[in-house]
Design a protein around this ligand. Structure first.
Ligand SMILES: NC(=O)c1ccc[n+]([C@@H]2O[C@H](COP(=O)([O-])OP(=O)(O)OC[C@H]3O[C@@H](n4cnc5c(N)ncnc54)[C@H](O)[C@@H]3O)[C@@H](O)[C@H]2O)c1
Length: 247
């Protein structure tokens, strides 16, 4: 029970990797805020946690909008009185070659994946500063190393690394650890809905030292490590959850 009475906000936690994170944290005693753009999955995930004996509230919201982020933070404080852990997990892809990438394809991905993490950290950090305790975990991606067709996403995920290192330096004096997790290919809807899913999965197995596709729980385990006091002296770091694949 590493998170007994700790309060955690996990963005984009209605499904996929975020859902695995809130479920595992709740199992270890955390009081969680499930927040997502999708009201239905957000409420379902919170209900599942409450029905299995955990404690969760659902707050619908868009991380790229500051008024929504402020409301997510306020409702968490109203429900639990503090915030100990923030996981910036919400993310989207809009993969397209540079010549066909419209300004909007660029803006949307940067807004959700990068600006969203900045806004959540900005509005959560005053509470963490005040209590001199906090853990911020940002979900990057192996794609921060660069991928064709992902100029928007790779840039956002590389930006997440810069954000992580800057915030680690800025907030460390208040006992706030800021780290990033960079997953490789993980089996979620985001990947399953891809038209070339089966081919991608086979290629992934071939190119990855650990011969399988990653699972949401693989990423959640890394996030829970950073969120726990086992990682109390680790900050500004990146944990790759890629099965050993870097290229
Ligand atoms: N699946 C992978 O292979 C993989 C690999 C590396 C990194 N990641 C990253 O992990 C994170 C989770 O990915 P996933 O595969 O679980 O995706 P997913 O699509 O299964 O889930 C993402 C969730 O984020 C929510 N969301 C989208 N836009 C939002 C917004 N503006 N505000 C709030 N919520 C929003 C969605 O509604 C959804 O519930 C993302 O940041 C993604 O970039 C995923």
């Amino acid at each position: 029970m590493r998170f007994q009475d700790k309060v955690a906000i996990v963005t984009g936690s209605g499904k996929g990797i975020g859902k695995a994170i809130v479920q595992k944290m709740a199992l270890e005693g955390a009081l969680v805020t499930v927040t997502d753009l999708n009201k239905q999955t957000c409420e379902e995930t919170a209900m599942e946690i409450n029905q299995s004996g955990g404690k969760a509230i659902a707050v619908e919201g868009d991380v790229s909008k500051s008024e929504d982020v402020r409301r997510i933070v306020e409702e968490t404080i109203e429900a639990y009185g503090k915030i100990d852990i923030l996981v910036n997990n919400a993310g989207i892809v809009k993969d397209i070659r540079l010549e066909d990438m419209e300004e909007d394809d660029w803006d949307k991905v940067i807004d959700v994946c990068l600006k969203g993490a900045f806004l959540c950290a900005k509005y959560v950090s005053p509470y963490m500063n005040e209590q001199k305790y906090g853990k911020i975990i940002n979900i990057s991606s192996r794609a921060y190393l660069g991928n064709p067709g992902q100029a928007n996403y790779s840039s956002a995920k590389a930006g997440i690394i810069g954000l992580t290192r800057s915030l680690a330096k800025e907030l460390g004096k208040n006992n706030i650890n800021v780290n990033a997790v960079a997953p490789g290919l993980i089996e979620t809807d985001a990947v399953r809905n891809h038209p070339k899913y089966e081919k991608i999965k086979e290629l992934q197995k071939k190119d990855t030292p650990i011969k399988r596709i990653g699972l949401p729980d693989d990423v959640a385990n890394a996030v829970l490590f950073f969120a726990s006091d086992d990682a109390a002296y680790i900050s500004g770091d990146i944990l790759h959850v890629t099965g050993g694949r870097f290229g």
